[in-house]
Design a protein around this ligand. Sequence first.
Ligand code: ADP
Ligand code: ASP
Ligand code: MG
Length: 403
Amino acid sequence: MLIVQKFGGTSVGDLDRIQNVANRVSATKKAGNDVVVVVSAMSGETNKLVRYAEHFSANPSRAEMDMLLSSGERVTASLLSIALNEMGFDAVAMTGRKAGIVTDGHHTKARIEDINPEVMNAAVKEGKIIVVAGFQGVNENGDVTTLGRGGSDLSAVAIAGAIKADLCEIYTDVSGIFTTDPRIEPKAKKLNQISYDEMLELASLGAKVLQNRSVELAKKLNVNLVTRTSFSDEEGTLITKEENIMEAPLVSGIALDKNQARISLMGVKDRPGIASDIFTKLSDSDVNIDMIIQNKAHDGTTNIDFTVPVGDLNDAKNIVDAFVASGDIEADSYNEKICKVSVVGVGMKSHSGVAAKAFSTMAKENININMISTSEIKISMAIDEEYAELAVRSLHNAYELDK
Ligand code: ADP
Ligand code: ASP
Ligand code: MG
């Protein structure tokens, strides 16, 4: 088999763990497989580099940030390759550029446009173990780009698709995908399987165990994706097509996203096209909007509230402030102390009452729901951040996910 194995930050968190990864890769190779490894930076490393940059500037150039942040993954790729060489394997470390990963020019959140797998394919053919530095590529000008936080998952899936790997294993610090973050609810249960669509919702709604774009791409390219732990041989979770799953539960999991902020616009001129003007400007600046509510108009004005990821808040503020300055909006305010809890499950498509149970669970705990959004397979609620963990545990219990 041709296997892509991706090791996250904690799996390569210190030198002993890198040796542990080398042992695992060597065992896979010795069993007769071809292996392409993708690594993250050592845990904490990327955050440390961000802090270093912030020491000098509150608003560093994104291109310079990419030069800086991409270095973390290169350290682990080369160390792992050196360890494998020492064990007698023919291993070679590659940057994203060498691995043929071409992205667009959106520094710090670049999208992969193309992968030229020739160099990787040739090395695999020669029996080499390739160790690719994750999270990075190169734009058409040859500048280094990075793929957004958690982006090594995306590197792994994209490479698995490009070299037509039989399997893509994501090694992390938990043994698979759980019914909710096991750090919040220790009673969470590991799922043997989950559909791409449910995983995509969970990942997009805050479950950082897989980066959401990696799940989207795995679905598109039909990559066999498994999440498991590098600390034991326990079997992980298979992420697969919905039709492959025998009996889908009503609700598969609960996700929590604490990195949300609410923007309230007061006295918005109630005229056709105003929402379009505001939200087009926001989307042109790559601000990701999620929940939106608009109140009934009064005296020719209305109020609009919406949520954005905290990381997009500054960009959003600048845009909204310009509308205030021009008089289209009377005033705006911001609240970073909110979070979003979500209930996800394909079973919702065919069953009613799932949303009602979510709302009554919040009511029982006396938690006020600020905003609601739904899709075919999820219900999301914005609530005060102080109730985040309580809400997750209560919902987990209400849908009997620990059973
Ligand atoms: P890595 O560094 O290996 O990429 P991450 O920290 O990005 O690992 O993701 C793993 C973490 O995701 C786990 O430690 C866990 O706390 C968190 N997590 C959130 N939701 C879930 C879930 N539903 N199942 C498993 N882990 C989850
Ligand atoms: N090192 C990067 C990050 O911390 C990418 C990754 O780990 O996937 O976001
Ligand atoms: Mg991760």
